[in-house]
Write a protein that binds this ligand. Sequence first.
Ligand code: FEO
Ligand code: CA
Ligand code: CA
Ligand code: CA
Length: 730
Amino acid sequence: MRHDKDFNKSTNASFTDVLGARLSRRGVLRVGMGTAGAAVLGSLPLVGCGSGGDEPAPDVPLTLGFPAVAKNRADAVTVPAGYTATVIYALGDPLTSATADFKNDGTDTGFEQRAGDHHDGMQYFGLDAAGTARDMSGSERGLLAVNHEGITSQFLHVGGATRNPRPAAEADKEILAHGVSVVEVRKVNGKFAVQKESPYNRRITPMTPMQLSGPVRGHALVKTKFSASGNDCRGTIGNCGTGYTPWGTLLTGEENWSGFFKRGDDEAARGGPMGRDSVSLRRYGVTKNSASVHGWETAGATDLYARWDITQTGSSPDGTDDYRNEANTFGYLVEIDPYDKNAALRKRTALGRLAHESAAFGKPTAGKPLAAYMGDDSRGEYIYKFVSAASWDTNDASPADRIATGDKYLDSGKLHVAKFNADGTGQWIELSIANSAVTTHPDYGFTNQGDVLVNARLAADAAGATKMDRPEWCAVHPVTGEVYYTLTHNADRKVDLSGSPQYVGVDAANPRAYTDAPTAASTPGNINGHIIRLKETASESAATAFTWDVYLFGAQADADRAKVNLSALTADQDFSSPDGLWFSPTTGLCFIQTDDGAYTDATNCMMLIGKPGAVGDGTTPTLSYTREDGSTLAVPTRMGAKPTADTLRRFLVGPKDCEITGISETPDGKTIFVNIQHPGETISKADLATPSRYLSHWPGNAGYGPGGATARPRSATIVITRNDGGLIGA
Ligand code: FEO
Ligand code: CA
Ligand code: CA
Ligand code: CA
């Protein structure tokens, strides 16, 4: 889902104002990094999380071994010669043998037993040969847990979406097309296929009962008509990035939840515009008189629909007679045990309430706390780190009770937010009720730590965090342990503030603001995004300081190399709007996926594979800008070594009007799963009857499912293998 919002009205300064002035399953890997300037690291002990150990360890990262894929606008998935991509799991596919095949004409129902829409983050969980238990090295049979972030509502109904009021049947279908699915995949005759009869298959939807866990459980801010105790909540929405815990469960990030809610003008009831609720809701994008994206609250009077209207209408002092607090039950990372349908589903509130993308764990070290890295995706939002109170016990890599292990590591700890300095250093600032920098927020008085976590954005504002260019996914390099974040783009990044509070000045960590030409982007700013990376002091998970540089600046290859294409990307490497980000624990290669609207005049969204070096392996260029008053603004930044043809190549281009997101691999590194989200999502109700006006017909046009060359497009999971059976990308 493309979304580009700005709810951060804090005045946190940019530096220029201030300056103005899985780790290898094989145990031990030998490391030989070929990138010029990068240190050649010696043997590093890595925590093994599998039963392997008898295979020879490869040098990691491996060398790129595929021909670059050319940019293109074909309505197809393009992969390098020597590779095969196959669709295996698309919108509406049945999860049981008793569910009818998907007709893809808007008549299909029963989405509680079908694949949801808008496939996003995804993780593979290995099974043993019999399919009865978790096997961390299981590469023939496993479970895919797939996020379904949103919907293309026109294509879900026969004649498109009816609004408003929404017919209940339409709302029901749309609600159930969101959430998460777990589906078994298994190699049959050497090829992965979905197992419709698998007892593991299930849907988790916006209706599925869940528990709030951690400091916010039972808090006054989460009491609703559904749960007067504040212990329980219903369902998950806006599921974007994912995380894979060191004990083998899924974390799913609730990203774009604020738009699901309607809110009327209830400011007076909530204490006026500066009342606590009003300040909080505004900061998270649920301003008064907000319409909901889908209008589900108009579909009927029952509780099922009423919960999407958070207007304060009740007379209770604690909110247990209406849904005024319902939005406070979303915005978390939700932990799901894909192997156990009966395990509790827990929202891990200690990790803060944000527009969560992925969660990436630092390399677990026995006897040290775990670090989980996270981003908050809206314009000018922040980068976060959670540090567990419990220290890592390697026996917890394969525990008897995975959710209890989640309780141990994820329900208590410290949440931090990042501040980036122009000299290449940075700080993690703890968001604690005991931190006076947090509790001095001018507009919001925090009552306790639960309040700080529910309102993590407000706490981070007060702490002086650095506004970033929309943090999307983060990923941890399996060898160096350095942490990479995609910053997808930011139309609010400007050179001159001109007194306009919604504009954020350029700074060292977000140093570009420019105009795209020739253009598919309509507004200036940081149009193409960048990827920043951090190195913790002494590689400690609990470090409170780090160093950083920019791994790559997105750009079109022909853009100005002094101002825009700083990484000197060539036609085989150029990209815009990085979003999905992942390191293969097997090969150590970095996979970069795009969700772009700026370079789409030249190419559909894509996936690249890189072999990064390390923080500090590049240069310290200074960008020069001319302000509106004619004066010069110098912006020093930190940039990693420029990529070469051997360290960054385009691997895949998707069909029209899609984004590429979500990636996971089998533990042998020989199969990857990738999601194609919302091909052809730009469709009006008026055009629905005219298939020639659809922007995409994929994957029907590739022979998957009904419809052929005139099919309605569908989000889908593809499986990619090398024809010679080798490691992906190497
Ligand atoms: Fe769902 Fe921020 O991408
Ligand atoms: Ca995105
Ligand atoms: Ca362009
Ligand atoms: Ca994303």
